[in-house]
Write a protein that binds this ligand. Structure first.
Ligand code: F6P
Length: 364
């Protein structure tokens, strides 16, 4: 009898519950046992915080009717990296401790022989280390930012993108009626996929992404050009990780043991555009709205396929690999390779070329 644990780590993404359901059903179908770790690895590393247990048994009933639900029934966190676990010292200072050996020992003491870790670059890098230390681990790629390499797509991205595009569609009429500039900030730390794809699909006038440092004078030129053509409004999409030429990321918080929190670039861009153009400007920050809601059919399906493929990988005796979409199939890529680099927007990709052909300004 094998016992498989599943955990979800990092920012949530629509489709996580579909992965969990597929994993549980595929595991039970093989006559094995399945359990879920609460809040990333916190359920194992801080069991005292979970009166009902940091590890929960997952049955058919636990995953009934969850495929279409956003979020994750297991909970998640972007704190509590077992390799850099924050510990409060007696002097009040926080230091980082490597608790990965303790985590592996705790899993083994529960009779768990394999782990399916669903997450983004952070969680998959942790999975890679755990696999190197001898734990049987399969990674499942998740992120709304679409910045994971070696997979054609991650689940969550399509849902976020569809919502962002719908928001842009809705903003056109109010922007036009009020003759305003609408600046729309979307998530995307180091990769501008959401901004680029929603901006092109939603007919934005300018798109600012982390891959192309911007100069607002070129956006102002675009807005003036539109005015000369009788169009008195503009839609500007800004990825949260966009940077001005020669500038730095807008960081709102830095904390030990977690990635820095970005934010504020939309506000900066809106203020500067208003003063440079004299036009009334409003800011809409889509932020975490992009992470909620029902996964699109595309996201649900790849999430279910990833979950089932992860269990097949375990059956085949694999470890240290990530399931990756490679249509028409799902393949297995070494975690080492999958986490080596980030998938950013290639500067000459055809979506950027399409945007330029449509007259969209990229701030360069
Ligand atoms: O999931 C990735 C992401 O959406 C980034 O684009 C964003 O910077 C981050 O999560 C924000 O996460 P949180 O507010 O949960 O720390």
């Amino acid at each position: 009898m094998r016992k498989i644990a599943i955990c979800t780590g990092g920012g949530d993404a629509p489709g996580l519950n579909a992965v969990i359901r597929a994993v549980v059903l595929a595991v039970l179908k093989r006559g094995w046992e399945c359990c879920g770790i609460r809040d990333g690895f916190n359920g194992m590393l801080m069991p005292e915080k979970y009166p009902q247990g940091g590890l929960i048994n997952l049955s058919r009933d636990s995953v009934r009717g969850i495929t279409h639900l956003g979020g994750t029934i297991l909970g998640t966190t972007n704190r509590g990296n077992p390799l850099h676990f924050p510990v409060l010292g007696s002097d009040g200072t926080v230091r980082e401790v490597d608790r990965s050996d303790e985590l592996i020992a705790a899993l083994r003491s529960q009779g768990i022989d394999s782990l399916i870790s669903v997450g983004g670059d952070g969680s998959l890098s942790i999975a890679n280390v755990l696999a190197k230390k001898g734990l049987t681990v399969i990674g499942v790629p998740k992120t709304i930012d679409n910045d994971l390499d070696q997979t054609v797509a991650t689940f969550g991205f399509d849902t976020a993108l569809s919502f962002a595009t719908e928001c842009l569609d809705r903003l056109h009429s109010t922007a036009e009626s009020h003759h305003r500039i609408m600046v729309v900030e979307v998530m995307g730390r180091y990769a501008g996929w959401i901004a680029l794809n929603s901006g092109v699909s939603g007919a934005a006038d300018a798109i600012l992404i982390p891959e192309i440092p911007y100069d607002l004078n070129s956006v102002v030129m675009k807005i003036k050009e539109r005015e000369a053509q009788g169009r008195s409004y503009a839609i500007v999409v800004v990825a949260e990780g966009a940077v001005a030429k020669g500038g730095v990321h807008s960081v709102i918080e830095k904390e030990i043991g977690r990635a820095e929190r970005l934010g504020g670039v939309g506000e900066k861009v809106a203020k500067e555009l208003q003063s440079l153009t004299g036009k009334e400007t409003r800011l809409v920050v889509l932020g975490h709205l992009l992470r909620g809601g029902t996964p699109t059919t595309f996201d649900r399906l790849i999430a279910l396929r990833f979950g089932a493929a992860a269990v097949r990988a375990l059956e085949e005796g694999q470890s240290g690999v990530m399931v990756a979409l490679d249509p028409p199939t799902v393949r297995y890529v070494p975690l080492e390779e999958a986490t080596r680099r980030m998938k950013t927007v290639p500067l000459h990709c055809d979506t950027i070329l399409t945007g330029r052909d449509l007259g969209i300004c990229f701030g360069d």
